[in-house]
Design a protein around this ligand. Sequence first.
Ligand SMILES: Nc1ncnc2c1ncn2[C@@H]1O[C@H](COP(=O)(O)OP(=O)(O)O)[C@@H](O)[C@H]1O
Ligand SMILES: [Mg+2]
Length: 304
Amino acid sequence: MSASVDSAGDAASHAAVGTGVRPSTGPDASTPVPALACTGLVYSFKQTRAVDGIDLTVDAGSVYGLLGPNGAGKTTAIRAITTLLPVPAGMVRVFGLDPARDPMAVRRLLGYVPQQLSADASLTGRENVFMFARLFDVPRSRRAARVDSALEAVGLSEAAGRMAKTYSGGMIRRLELAQALVSAPRLLILDEPTIGLDPIARTSVWDRIGEVRAATGMTVFVTTHYMDEADQYCDRISLMHRGRIRATGSPAELKAALNSTMLDSSGATLEDVFRHHTGDTLDEPTQGGMRDVRSTRATAARLR
Ligand SMILES: Nc1ncnc2c1ncn2[C@@H]1O[C@H](COP(=O)(O)OP(=O)(O)O)[C@@H](O)[C@H]1O
Ligand SMILES: [Mg+2]
């Protein structure tokens, strides 16, 4: 089966990025423009400084994981990056573009799968994806083909005519992936894409993402609190805790750095790395975090 959401007819839409808007060159022309760059990003909810000055650079074409326990500030960071929250301080660039100045241009580059479930239970799979195609301004003449290829890419062609409320949790997550892929994004942002799924459904979500990346070169920025997932699928990881980034590197680099400081140099896990940098474990929700998980699960239960 083909994973190509960005079919031949759409090559132009990728090629047009950066020519239609503004030249997105780095400080020197030989430096490739990162898919995402943030410096000093801050966001507060009244008393809570949910994002407390984070810096990160996501190379184009990579899979980047923001790893942290519930309440770390991952969703807030994503909402600021995706233009859903105004950024009060700090810099965000998406392929060189400033979301504050050019929100529409930035949104055209992004696909977003929110943590809160976003599929409409009373619509069919195909109708849900169609709605996103209209929302993201996929040209009318290409809509049907794009919707079909997005559904095919996530393995939902056969179930596309059924109402989403008949889908399993894993199928719903894949449907949401199709919704985000229908606009052929250059940067796919996934907030806890596999929360609450069983291991087979989790693997299936990641396999589909991998197939689309192989076909399109799409960059993926993902949050998770599953360390095994981050270890297996991410090229680079930032560990986030209480609004701050505590360490950044490839999973191998992070583990090797810890191994070199341990007398007993048996292999460190990412859990060990996390504990080393934060004194905390990923399983322990910090304040407020469970609210999210509970409401996510409640929505999932309603859809079923
Ligand atoms: N809408 C909101 N109003 C007030 N506080 C919030 C809101 N959303 C998140 N927070 C708080 O901000 C902090 C970070 O939350 P969040 O970004 O959801 O973390 P994560 O996605 O890592 O679980 C938490 O302390 C949380 O309680
Ligand atoms: Mg979250």
